[in-house]
Design a protein around this ligand. Structure first.
Ligand code: ZN
Ligand code: ZN
Length: 349
C-alpha cells in the first residue's frame, strides 16, 4: 500500500515541567502504520484540554514518555490495520480520552469499561492528537454525526466538534450518573461551577426539558448562564429558590459537594465531576438521609461517546472555540494556564 502521507509532524513531550518553557518539541517522523485492530487518523482538529496541561506540566504524573498529548481529536481514517473493516477508510471520526480497555474483566463485560483496571487513555498512555496523524484502536475511533451543524463546512465542523470530545462526553456521563436523561423533563438540576463542561451540560439538559439551576463563582458566569437559558443562576453566597432533584459539581472542592447535597430533594443524587477533591468536609447524616447519594464520575465509556455524539446534532449543542496552528501547541498551553482563553483552543493542521 502506498502511503499518501509522507511524513508525520507531532508535538512531543519528553520532559514535563513548567509550561513557561516550550515543553513540546516539534518532531517529524516517518508515517505511522496501524497495527492489528487499529486505524490511522489524519488529524483535522484537536481541542486542548486542561488535562493536557496537567500532563505537560507534570501535575498529572507521566504514564509514558515521550508522549504526544491530545485527546479531543477529529479527523479522517486514512489507513486501517489487519482485522479492521476496510470500508472504514475515509470515515470521519472522533477520538476521545478513553483509548481502550481489556474487554474481559467484570467491568468491561457490564458496559463499565471506564472502571477497567487496564483502561488506557489517549495522550497519556497512547500518543494522542497533537500531531498530523495518530493511531487509535478501531473501536475507540467513533463515527462522527452527519447531522451536526449543517451550516458549517467539513473543516469548520471538525473544529466545532473537537471540544465536545472530552468536556462534552464527561458532562454527558455526569448527567447519566446524576440520573438525568431524556425522561427527565421538568426535573430541577443544579450545576455547581460554570466552565466549559457545564456550558455543554446545560445545553443537553435544556434539550431534554430539564430546568438548569447554575451556582457559580462570578457575576459574569451568572450572566452567561442566564443568557444560555438557565432557569436560575446565582453565586455561591446566594440561596437557591427551590430544592434540586439532582446536581452535578464541577469545582474540585468538597465544600461545594456538601453544599449541593444540602440543596437536594429526597432521593436526589450529586454527581461529582472532578478527578481530585481537596477533601470532603464532615456533614450530618440527615443531609444524606432519604436516599440521597453522592457519586463520583470517573472517565467515560465508549457508549457515552456514541450516545453523546448522537445527541449533539439534534440538541444543537454549540461550542465556543479559537483555532491555533498545531505548531503553536506550546502557546496554546501557556494561554490555557494563564486563563487567557474564552471557550476552547483548537489545534488545526
Ligand atoms: Zn476490563
Ligand atoms: Zn480532557
Amino acid at each position: 500500500m502506498t502511503d499518501l502521507i509522507s511524513d508525520r509532524f507531532a508535538m512531543v513531550l519528553h520532559e514535563p515541567g513548567s509550561t513557561e518553557q516550550n515543553r513540546l518539541v516539534p518532531t517529524t517522523t516517518a508515517p505511522l502504520h496501524p497495527g492489528a485492530g487499529e486505524v490511522r487518523v489524519a488529524m483535522a482538529a484537536c481541542a486542548v484540554c486542561r488535562t493536557d496541561l496537567q500532563i505537560v506540566s507534570g501535575d498529572l504524573p507521566a504514564h509514558r514518555l515521550p508522549i504526544v498529548p491530545g485527546h479531543q481529536v477529529v479527523g479522517v481514517i486514512d489507513a486501517v490495520g489487519s482485522g479492521v473493516d476496510a470500508s472504514r477508510m475515509g470515515e470521519a471520526v472522533g477520538v476521545s480520552w478513553f483509548a481502550g480497555s481489556c474487554g474481559h474483566c467484570q467491568w468491561c463485560l457490564t458496559g463499565r469499561q471506564n472502571l477497567c483496571e487496564q483502561a488506557e487513555f489517549t495522550g497519556w498512555y497512547r500518543d494522542g492528537g497533537y500531531a498530523t496523524s495518530m493511531l487509535a484502536r478501531a473501536d475507540c475511533a467513533f463515527e462522527l454525526p452527519a447531522d451536526y451543524r449543517p451550516d458549517l463546512t467539513g473543516e469548520q465542523r471538525a473544529v466545532a466538534l473537537s471540544p465536545l470530545l472530552c468536556g462534552g462526553v464527561i458532562g454527558y456521563r455526569s448527567l447519566r450518573i446524576a440520573e438525568v436523561g431524556p425522561q427527565s423533563a421538568g426535573l430541577r438540576l443544579g450545576l455547581y461551577g460554570y466552565g466549559a463542561s457545564a456550558t455543554l451540560v446545560l445545553q443537553v439538559a435544556k434539550f431534554w426539558g430539564v430546568e438548569p439551576y447554575v451556582v457559580t463563582r462570578s457575576e459574569p458566569e451568572v450572566q452567561r448562564a442566564l443568557a444560555a437559558g438557565a432557569t436560575w443562576a446565582g453565586t455561591y453566597d446566594q440561596a437557591l429558590p427551590v430544592k434540586l432533584n439532582s446536581a452535578i459539581t464541577f469545582a474540585p472542592s468538597g465544600d461545594v459537594v456538601i453544599t449541593a447535597l444540602k440543596a437536594l430533594e429526597r432521593g436526589g443524587t450529586v454527581a461529582v465531576n472532578a478527578i481530585h477533591l481537596d477533601r470532603v468536609p464532615e456533614f450530618n447524616y440527615d443531609d444524606l438521609w432519604w436516599e440521597r447519594s453522592i457519586r463520583s464520575v470517573a472517565n467515560v465509556t465508549p457508549a457515552d461517546v456514541r450516545e453523546f455524539l448522537a445527541l449533539v446534532g439534534p440538541a444543537g449543542v454549540q461550542t465556543i472555540y479559537e483555532e491555533l496552528p498545531l505548531a503553536q501547541a506550546n502557546t496554546a498551553l501557556r494561554r490555557l494556564s494563564a486563563g487567557d482563553v474564552s471557550g476552547s483552543l483548537v489545534l488545526t493542521t
